[in-house]
Write a protein that binds this ligand. Sequence first.
Ligand code: HEC
Length: 127
Amino acid sequence: MKRNKLVSALALPLLALLPVACGGGEELPELDPAQVAAGKTLFTNNGCVACHGESGKGDGAAAAGLEVKPRNYTDKAWQKKTTDQEIKKVIKEGGAANGMSVQMAAYGNLSDAELDQLVAYIRSFGR
Ligand code: HEC
């Protein structure tokens, strides 16, 4: 177990460098399954799933009543052109502050680590 932790502690910074090594985002970087799982829990517990849906396609139960529908996260073109920073900014500041629908609320209570986990989960829909 200890050994595993050490390996992941070493592997993570290396994974973060992968997109750079691969020449600037041609390949989508690998995801850490633990980050994705934690993100899924946050996505459920914070009610994101009600609008964005289990499938990430913007087809949650509450989405039917929304004027502007949430985007389909499985869209690979969007996954490629959107940065993690942009995703985190919308979650933290909300839609209105970012030229998007006011129905996307601001989740300013989430920590940076939690935002990273949500990003990992949102990214997982595009893989
Ligand atoms: C009440 C419904 C609702 C809930 C709950 C909700 N969202 Fe959204 N979200 C939206 C809508 C609608 C948009 C699209 C805004 C637009 O395109 O104008 C959006 C946009 C976004 C975007 C921007 C994506 C893009 O198009 O670039 C992200 C990221 C996001 N939501 C993440 C989350 C996360 C994470 C949560 C939970 C912490 C959450 N949302 C909760 C409705 C919701």
